[in-house]
Design a protein around this ligand. Structure first.
Ligand code: ADP
Ligand code: MG
Ligand code: MG
Length: 254
């Protein structure tokens, strides 16, 4: 059975129907890319899965590891291993990045019946994981996303994922505003975190990221639906032809 199973998912934002029947199966160990033009509902899908309260689910079901996800409060989803990196991370001045992360990790550990990590053990874990995305110690202890550049925010997101070891990672627009070095580092982190127990859904408007992260499946969203699914060649086709052909045929398929 799939780790993530989405059936006929409909959701609305501010009274407007955005997701119009999403069906998606993601197995453990798989990396799926979701592409699609701006406004097609990619971030809405990620937000619904993470339980962001902006979104109202009007129909459909989502199962994660065989259990109903939509009825599970957002904090419980996080503890169960659902991780959503932020597209435009909220800035929380005054809260240290590491403190924030240790709190999240220990909540997850308690939920699994594992012992909490003390400050020292956590610090050595964090230092080890920071190497993956080439973050230095000064960076790790800065306030959450305070004064981080776009590239740093994204590296921080991968760092958080490396520490939290989620079972389902949702990475939204990981390539936006990244120079090529940061892109490689982020992709390297994602590739290093591939695991047979973990599913990753990488959401991107651009094909470029997929030069570095080779997905098992590519899905294209248009107007709140998945209108195409295929292998990585679909991403190459999109790069060549743009989204125009998808949009037109997608609308026709409705
Ligand atoms: P994508 O990530 O594919 O660019 P989004 O999920 O961000 O698409 O947006 C899908 C649609 O939902 C867009 O038309 C967008 O304007 C609308 N939308 C998203 N968030 C909100 C919001 N908080 N309030 C009103 N409309 C929103
Ligand atoms: Mg957008
Ligand atoms: Mg988006």
């Amino acid at each position: 059975a799939s780790l993530l199973s989405i059936q006929d998912l409909h959701a609305r934002v501010a009274g407007k129907d955005i997701l119009k029947g999403i069906n998606l199966e993601v197995g453990a160990g798989e990396v799926h890319a979701i592409m699609g033009p701006n406004g097609s509902g990619k971030s809405t899908l990620a937000g619904v899965l993470a339980g962001r309260e902006t979104y109202e689910v009007t129909k459909g079901s989502v199962r994660f590891d065989g259990k109903d996800l939509l009825g599970t409060p957002p904090e419980e989803r996080a503890k169960a291993g659902v991780f959503l990196g932020f597209q435009y991370p909220v800035e929380i001045p005054g809260v240290g990045n590491l403190h924030f992360l240790r709190t999240a990790l220990n909540a997850q550990r308690r939920a699994k019946g594992e012992e909490e990590l003390d400050a020292m053990d956590f610090l050595s874990l964090a230092k080890e994981k920071a190497k993956l995305v080439q973050l230095d110690a000064a960076f790790m202890s800065r306030s959450v996303n305070e004064g981080f550049s776009g590239g740093e925010k994204k590296r921080n997101e991968i760092f958080q994922m490396a520490v939290l070891q989620p079972r389902l990672a949702l990475l939204d627009e990981t390539d936006s505003g990244l120079d090529i070095d940061a892109l490689r580092i982020v992709a390297g982190g994602v590739n290093a975190l591939r695991s047979k127990d973990r599913a990753m859904v990488v959401i991107t408007h651009y094909q470029r990221l997929l030069d570095y992260i080779v997905p098992d499946r590519v899905h294209v969203m248009a107007a709140g639906r998945i209108v195409r699914s295929g292998g990585r060649e679909l991403a190459l086709e999109l790069e060549e032809k743009g989204y125009g052909w998808i949009g037109a045929e997608g609308a026709g398929k409705a």
